[in-house]
Design a protein around this ligand. Structure first.
Ligand code: UD1
Ligand code: CA
Length: 453
């Protein structure tokens, strides 16, 4: 049986950050989440062991997905593994150990490593290596004259010949659990008072056990130690994400400037314009045109929608909506099918019925608009009375004239009309025209004029 340990307790001092390294985000997920998801695809659904720092945010964020164990002080990767072993399942035969700062690792690479170790004479060790001239501070793989693995030497301990070695230690291993439990106890302290996990494969060789290396692809072994590494890893992950979308039938006008988070879904035959940012749990339907210059966050877009130069968050659009340029939608906005929102429209916590048109600089907040409502230029819901937010209701086919102010709570009835510049302070009955400040129906506003000759 296999168990997995993810090491994530390092201080990450090279990040120069107040928050732990593994909480830094990459394409919408913290580094540690990437490691957990990749590991889980090898392990199956059972929770794995995470060795973390004594940091509440990490335990809270990942507690449900993992058997969490704290390494109180970061005394090296060897010490971290020692702390984890009491949490490793007693019946586990193999343990896969990986570092929480390597988000690009692929599941099938881990799978190959696990299979390689299973084939070795017991107790065997398998580890991932990569060939790359740029070392990124990685440990070097030292081999004997016959080319057999001999040991890992950390960069800071390398001789000048060893430093020139281009075969590097990725930091992912599969050990025999029984052997590991006994060997880890004997790790000696380095000059920097850390215990190095990397000493163990060399020790296994010295004890006459089999150690086998498995090559990884260089791009997947990008470790994140600094924010420069984080940017490099993000760029590579973005390429991976964007390539997958393109192969699945999405056009990216400029993949280099399409920023798409890992969990975003996009339907076939949609086009994503340059400088477009799709984040969080965003879902885009088929045959949409999104961008240029649009940011969608946690937003669900139906089929056949066009959105450009706009910012939408926590919003739902049904099919065939047209938005922008320069629209803003805040959480709780819901556009039913075929709604048109033009330039400088802001919507918050409101539902717009089918075929609503809102062409120019309006604010609709805390409102429910029925079907085919026309929102004239400059219409504003005055939804805040200084203490609480109040709702506005505009029923089907109402026509709001330019510059209408709707002082909530207020209802404009079905088919009613407001004149330009109306300040609507009282409910408007269906099929009635009101205008003025405050807005009234003509017979009320101009009662004296109605006397007639
Ligand atoms: C480590 C390896 C190096 C390898 C490189 C690949 C060791 C000694 N060196 O170096 O051979 O080429 O990774 O990325 O293992 N961690 C703990 N507790 C600790 C220290 C670290 O949990 O006390 C965790 C970190 O959170 C991190 C991982 O272990 O996720 C690796 O630690 P890091 O300090 O980044 O090691 P490197 O110097 O990169
Ligand atoms: Ca590292």
């Amino acid at each position: 049986m296999l168990d997995v340990v993810v090491l994530a307790a390092g201080l990450g001092t090279r990040m120069r950050s107040r928050s732990p390294k593994v909480l830094h985000g990459l394409c919408g997920k913290p580094l540690l989440q990437w490691a957990l998801e990749t590991a889980r695809s090898v392990l199956g659904s059972s929770p794995l062991v995470v060795v973390g720092p004594d940091h509440a945010a990490i335990a809270t964020r990942f507690g449900a997905q993992a058997r969490f164990c704290v390494q109180p002080r970061p005394r090296g990767t060897g010490d971290a593994v020692a702390q984890s072993l009491p949490h490793v399942l007693p019946n586990a035969k193999q343990v896969l150990i990986l570092y929480g700062d390597m988000p690009l690792l692929q599941a099938d690479t881990l799978q190959r490593l696990v299979e390689c170790q299973a084939r070795l004479a017991e107790p065997g060790t398998a580890l991932l290596t990569l060939s790359r001239s740029e070392s990124q501070g990685f440990g070097r793989i030292v081999r004997d004259a016959q080319g057999n693995f001999r040991e890992i030497v950390e960069e800071r301990n390398c001789s000048s010949t060893q430093r020139a070695i281009t075969e590097l230690n990725v930091g992912v291993y599969v050990f025999d659990v029984g052997w590991l439990r006994q060997a880890v106890g004997d790790l000696s302290l380095q000059a920097n008072r850390e215990k190095y996990l990397t000493d163990l494969p060399g020790r296994a060789v010295a004890e006459g056990h089999s150690v086998q290396t498995v090559p990884a692809v260089a791009a997947e072994a990008t470790g994140v130690n600094t924010r420069v590494d984080l940017a490099t890893a993000t760029r590579r992950m973005r390429e991976r994400i964007n390539t997958a979308h393109m192969l699945a039938g999405v056009t990216l006008d400029d993949p280099a400037t399409a920023y798409i988070d890992a969990d975003v879904a996009i339907g076939a035959d949609s086009t994503i314009g340059p400088g477009t940012v799709l984040t969080g749990a965003t879902i885009v339907g088929e045959a949409c045109v999104i961008g240029a210059g649009t940011h969608l966050h946690d937003t669900k877009v139906g089929h056949g929608c066009h959105i450009r130069d706009s910012v939408l968050e926590g919003t739902t659009l049904e099919d065939d909506c047209h938005v922008g340029p320069f629209a803003r939608m805040r959480p709780g906005s819901y556009l039913e099918r075929s709604v048109h929102v033009g330039s400088f429209g802001e919507i918050k916590n409101s539902r717009l019925g089918p075929h609503v048109t809102m062409g120019h600089f309006s604010y609709i907040g805390d409102a429910d608009l029925g079907a085919h409502v026309n929102v004239g230029a400059g219409t504003i819901t005055c939804n805040f009375d200084g203490e609480t937010k109040q709702r506005t209701v505009v029923e089907d086919r109402a026509f709001l004239g330019s510059g209408t102010k709707l002082v909530a709570p207020v209802t404009v009835g079905r088919g009613a009309q407001t004149g330009a510049g109306s300040v609507v302070t009282r409910d408007v009955p269906a099929a009635t025209l009101v205008y003025g400040v405050p807005a009234r129906a003509p017979e009320v506003a101009d009662a004296s004029d109605l006397d007639g000759p």
